[in-house]
Design a binder for this molecule. Structure first.
Ligand code: TYM
Length: 342
């Protein structure tokens, strides 16, 4: 089975662990929503099992799961067109994840830079789940024989590991091409949205200060304030991107502007060549407000009816399971598990 036989199937996921940032929106959600129109079958997941690799308060986890579901829909995802569900409701993820734990080598896991960053000096105290996480991520993708995985740059290594796991499985069990080699899709100007206070650090939900990030639920006032206070340098904007090589904060703001307005960073630089920050920052802040506030308003309205969100997740889980279960059953046969109990 090659790409010609596998359909063009997209799988991606986001953790419901606290608030969603502009990085999640531009690097993931906004791009996910555009893919059905480009001829992809799309499966999007609220990866709650990934979230619990670090402690989550149970009631906050439920809230964050529904809020992320609302964020997908408020950003334009149509749950009748894309499959939208939460991971723990489709048991194939955990089951295939275990098989992959037995395929993946410890040496491969030891090279995962995100684990090293997250565990830091505390590596002995973090959960085993945090360490095994990339193997579960491989199961998420491969349980659907997904061929394309849209992610931000920080997830690239995990998608590469997924390819290695697929290749080793196919090779160990002599089933060439059973699992496809999924392609990471890391595109556009927002591959890596940086902190508003330090252009060398990724914008993340866990950053120390709230002023470092824009949250999808921030009010207009808060968004305006964060861009106004964003770190920059004394120079005006140049007329080409090369000149921003050593100006990470400036480059980040140009890239954010480009991603929000669906143009290239080159086009933004051409429009604002020579502009002072006093002109560019308010334009960027207004643009961000005009894009984000309608989404957060829709999210709030959707959150008023959690039962409806749960129904959407249940329907999505049924559709997801209908794809994953036959692939898991075939995997069990390949591995040599007796399946007499149907
Ligand atoms: P997570 O929840 O950390 O992030 C979700 C998505 O948002 C992207 N992202 C960013 N993109 C650009 N700039 C940023 N500052 C930024 N911050 C986050 C991430 O790259 C990601 O695409 N392990 C994954 C979730 C996952 C997954 C999967 C993804 C689980 N299973 C299977 C794809 C396929 C994660 O922790 O993403």
């Amino acid at each position: 089975m090659t790409e010609a036989v596998h359909t063009r199937r997209v799988f991606s996921g986001i953790k419901p662990s606290g608030g969603l940032t502009l990085g999640n929106y531009l690097g993931a959600i906004k791009r996910f929503v555009a893919l059905p129109e480009q001829g992809f079958e799309t499966i999007y997941c609220v990866v709650d099992m990934h979230a619990i690799t670090v402690w989550q308060d149970p009631s906050e986890l439920k809230h964050a799961t529904r809020e992320l579901t609302a964020a997908y829909i408020a950003s334009g995802l149509d749950p009748d067109q894309s499959i939208l569900f939460n991971q723990s409701q489709v048991s194939a993820h955990a089951e295939l994840g275990w098989i992959f734990n037995c395929v993946t080598r410890v040496g491969w896991m030891n090279r995962m830079t995100q684990f090293k960053d997250k565990a830091g000096k505390n590596a002995e105290k973090v959960s085993l789940g945090l360490y095994a996480y990339p193997s579960l991520m491989a199961a998420d993708i491969l349980a659907y024989h997904a061929t394309h995985v849209p992610v931000g740059e920080d997830q690239k290594q995990h998608v590469e590991l997924t390819r290695d796991i697929a290749a080793k499985f196919n090779n160990d069990f002599k089933v060439p091409d059973f699992f496809p080699q999924p392609e990471p899709m890391i595109e556009g100007p927002a591959k890596r949205v940086m902190s508003l206070r330090d252009g060398t650090k990724k914008m993340s939900k866990s950053g120390e200060s709230d002023m470092e990030r824009v949250n999808m639920t921030d009010s207009a006032e808060r968004i305006l304030k964060k861009f106004k206070k964003a770190k920059t340098d004394p120079e005006p904007l140049p007329d080409n991107l090369d000149a921003l090589k050593d100006r990470p904060e400036a480059r980040n703001l140009v890239d954010i502007y480009a991603a929000l307005s669906d143009v290239s960073s080159e086009a933004v630089i051409a429009e604002y060549a020579g502009a002072q920050w006093g002109r560019f920052k308010p334009a960027l802040a207004d643009l961000a407000v005009s894009k984000l506030v309608p989404i957060s308003t829709r999210m709030a309205a959707l959150m008023d009816d959690p039962a409806e969100l749960d129904r959407i997740l249940a329907k999505g889980a049924d559709k997801a399971a209908a794809i994953a279960e036959p692939i898991l059953a075939k995997t069990y046969d390949i591995v040599g598990f007796v399946r007499s109990h149907q």
